[in-house]
Write a protein that binds this ligand. Structure first.
Ligand SMILES: Cc1cc2nc3c(=O)[nH]c(=O)nc-3n(C[C@H](O)[C@H](O)[C@H](O)COP(=O)(O)OP(=O)(O)OC[C@H]3O[C@@H](n4cnc5c(N)ncnc54)[C@H](O)[C@@H]3O)c2cc1C
Length: 224
């Protein structure tokens, strides 16, 4: 079984941590890994999407909600600690960097979207792409600074954040991701759609995107 070595981790928000591991494998943008460790007296396994595109050095980045049992365990690891891991798996991948793309995510579901989006913009800096990202509070819009900087650098990329909870200081879009699909799709000519999240969100997005004319084979998704 492959083993990951922790290089660093730090807080992104009070509930989410960022981990950088050295991996013995190469992955494809959009894949996830299963980490296993003894937690609470039993061996446990949790799945985490890789938030970074493939890197020749073998470094992988994970974005983990760390309040639960396994997340707390990962937070307790120190630089150089090792953890067992599966080979990368999953069906999410970049279909075609040349095609327009729309990405939907909420919370840590942004991880595989970030990996695929960065891969697309690396292969095609002029790509037409939109990322619609939701969070309960604006401080929980993960990678906000990076995504705003990407939008400033890539004329074809639009970042569309929305906040669903109580956040008096936020003067941007309000509500959940599904409420802003029409805005995200505006101006894109038959895009590929990438999304992941809880079962209900995935089902809702499938229905709305199909109604918007995006064929099944152009919808790439993972259920968390
Ligand atoms: C394909 C796939 C990819 C995934 N990718 C990711 C990813 O990239 N990032 C990610 O974070 N997760 C991801 N998940 C979910 C992940 O596998 C775990 O299920 C999740 O992180 C919870 O595991 P846990 O043991 O830390 O929490 P558990 O102990 O199982 O608790 C579940 C949830 O309860 C809440 N909770 C538990 N204890 C507390 C507490 N003390 N205070 C407040 N809230 C609490 C937390 O919200 C926690 O996430 C993915 C799942 C799948 C299937």
């Amino acid at each position: 079984m492959p083993v990951l070595e922790l290089l660093e981790h730090f807080l992104m928000t009070p509930r989410v941590s960022w981990f950088v591991f050295q991996a013995p494998f190469r992955h494809e943008a959009g894949q996830y890994v299963a980490l296993s460790a003894p937690v609470g007296g039993a061996r446990q396994t949790r799945y985490y999407s890789i938030a970074s595109p493939p890197d020749p050095s073998g470094r992988i980045e994970l974005c983990v909600q760390h309040e639960g049992a396994f997340g707390s365990h990962l937070r307790s690891l120190r630089r150089g600690d090792r953890t067992e891991c599966s080979e990368p798996g999953g069906k999410m991948r970049l279909l075609d960097a040349a095609r327009p793309a729309v990405y939907f995510a909420a919370g840590t579901g942004v991880s595989p979207m970030r990996a695929i989006l960065l891969e697309q913009l690396r292969a095609n800096p002029a790509a037409e792409a939109v990322l619609l990202l939701g969070a309960r509070h604006s401080s929980e819009l993960l990678f906000r600074d990076e995504l705003e900087a990407l939008a400033a650098r890539h004329a074809g990329f639009r970042f569309v954040p929305t906040v669903s909870g109580d956040d008096p200081g936020w003067d941007g879009r309000r509500g959940r991701v599904a409420a802003h699909i029409a805005e995200a799709l505006a101006g894109l000519s038959s895009p590929d759609a990438y999304f992941c999240g809880q079962r209900e969100l995935v089902a809702q997005l499938q229905e709305l995107l199909t109604a918007a004319g995006i064929a099944d084979e152009r919808q790439v998704y993972e259920r968390y």
